[in-house]
Design a protein around this ligand. Sequence first.
Ligand SMILES: [Zn+2]
Length: 259
Amino acid sequence: MLVDAHCHLTGTHLAQDQVKPTLDRAFAAGVTGFIAVGTDREDSRAVLALAREVPCVQASLGHHPHEAKSWNAETAAELEAMALDPNVRFIGETGLDWHYDLSPREDQERAFRAQIQLAKLLRKPLMIHTRSAPEATLRILWEEGAEEVSGTIHCFSEDMAFAEGALELGFYLSFSGIVTFKNAHAVRDVAAWAPEDRILVETDSPYLAPVPHRGKTNEPGFVRFVAEQLAQLRGTSSARIEDMTTRNLEALCGWAPPV
Ligand SMILES: [Zn+2]
């Protein structure tokens, strides 16, 4: 039993007639739970509708740093109203992306801080996206008191120093297909070392397919390749990784997939 701790099943990410076949293929691969993630207001609406309809899917609702320039009071109010729903398990993805800088950094920071406060208000963990802004991400999480709710560092792609900082805040490290890339030395080192009770696995599908599907469209069923690679790096069994990551997700957000 595996859970994909971060995937995109809605909006522009995946054609809507492909959702059911995609989930069926994942089931056939032994993946029985999915955290579907919203990246803006409209996408979060679609994610919530899906999570209400499909019992093996739960929602993470938020406003991605790429979209931060459109963050405003209305977005905040609608997100808050939607996130009250018990099918919503996380707030995000939110954070900082200083690699692409698709929104001005001040906007990214404002939307990030506001979503940390929303997570605290609703007592739900955060789904963090961070790229090329490790110090600022940790600083803002501390300044806003994010350790009260903790959360996950989605698609972990930083180094050991960042991992230590995130663990100190009580966060979980969610590993993606990056661990299957041979040249991702820093990420693989962290994946081999991270405490067993703080690891998760995800696909971030449809992006970032793991080896042996690298370069193709990713899908939640491929989280199996991530788990197998993690097992190999840690010198343990895939079954153990499945078990631990499923339990860790439940410890973090209070949900395990229906058996
Ligand atoms: Zn994502």
